[in-house]
Ligand binder design. Structure first.
Ligand code: G
Ligand code: G
Ligand code: MN
Ligand code: NA
Length: 254
């Protein structure tokens, strides 16, 4: 309850911060994107991880204004990096169920893109299977509108939710993200290896991008690279970094 009270003031007190985890293109090894991951800098508790407060944001409805803050902050960051002369990076932002179905989401995103003057195709919205499967007809409509706006859409933790493969035919999405659950025991676990391989092949044959999450070892990377996974994300390359450290990493890579 105390957490909920302080969460209500966190936005106005400027206590949220976005960390950025690099996404590495294969085989070039270039940083081609980042995933924005929210942290809450609580005055007494310190840095609170999202799993400890996102559910609370969801039930209180605070996820809508906080989610808008996330998109605006992420787009401003893209603008800053462009102004600093870095190559354009894709900015992946996680959407919650409530945000995805919120009426004003599209117009808010359009306004943010206009105000930051960044191309829509640099913003990749990550949604989970449970979100897309909730109301399939409405989902198709929302995704169509995203596509018309030029936005990218990724299915987060693909294959872990209660979804059917047939939705890939009717949902205009761009990218499949392979959950770290499937990456963790690569290449030794035969089942996980088969699943990872199948998802990457499915993505490629449907002309979708593939991103593997939670890549921690060079053995995992080598396996995924052999399967022609396009992008990788994980501690092998970098954890999520605060803006200053991300800027330093980009500077170092120049
Ligand atoms: O950053 P971390 O690795 O602890 O992320 C934990 C979870 O929190 C992930 O499932 C991630 O998708 C989610 N998450 C992180 N940032 C955001 C955000 O800005 N919005 C939403 N809805 N979820 C987020
Ligand atoms: O949005 P999503 O649920 O996919 O959030 C990504 C989560 O995975 C975040 O909590 C992030 O901190 C975490 N993560 C990122 N890289 C790694 C990694 O290499 N290993 C593990 N175990 N977790 C990671
Ligand atoms: Mn994600
Ligand atoms: Na994920």
């Amino acid at each position: 309850l105390m957490l909920e009270t302080s969460l209500r003031h966190a936005l106005e007190r400027d206590e949220f911060v976005l960390y950025y985890q690099p996404q590495i293109d294969m085989p070039s090894g270039d940083i081609v994107g980042v995933e924005a991951l929210i942290r809450w800098n609580h005055p007494e508790l310190g840095l609170v991880p999202p799993n400890d407060f996102i559910p609370l944001l969801e039930v209180t409805g605070l996820i809508v204004p906080v989610g808008e803050w996330v998109i605006r902050t992420a787009c401003r960051q893209v603008r800053t990096w462009l102004d600093e002369g870095h190559p354009p990076l894709t900015m992946a932002v996680n959407l919650s169920a409530r945000q995805f179905r919120e009426q004003n989401l599209k117009s808010n995103i359009a306004a943010i893109l206009a105000e930051t003057n960044i191309p829509a195709n640099l913003l990749e919205l990550e949604i989970t299977e449970s979100i897309v499967m909730e109301n399939v007809q409405e989902t198709v409509e929302i995704l169509r509108q995203f596509k018309d706006m030029g936005l990218k859409v990724a299915i987060d933790d693909f294959g872990t939710g209660a979804s059917s493969l047939s939705y890939l035919k009717s949902f205009p999405v761009d990218t499949l993200k392979i959950s770290h659950d499937f990456v963790l025991n690569l290449p030794a676990d035969n089942d996980d290896a088969a699943i990872a391989k199948a998802v990457i092949t499915l993505a490629r044959n449907m002309s979708l991008g593939s991103v593997a999450e939670g890549v921690e070892t060079s053995e995992q990377m080598d396996f995924l690279r052999l399967q022609q996974c396009e992008r990788m994300q994980g501690y092998l390359f970098s954890k999520a970094l605060p803006p200053e450290q991300m800027a330093a990493l980009l500077e170092e890579r120049r």
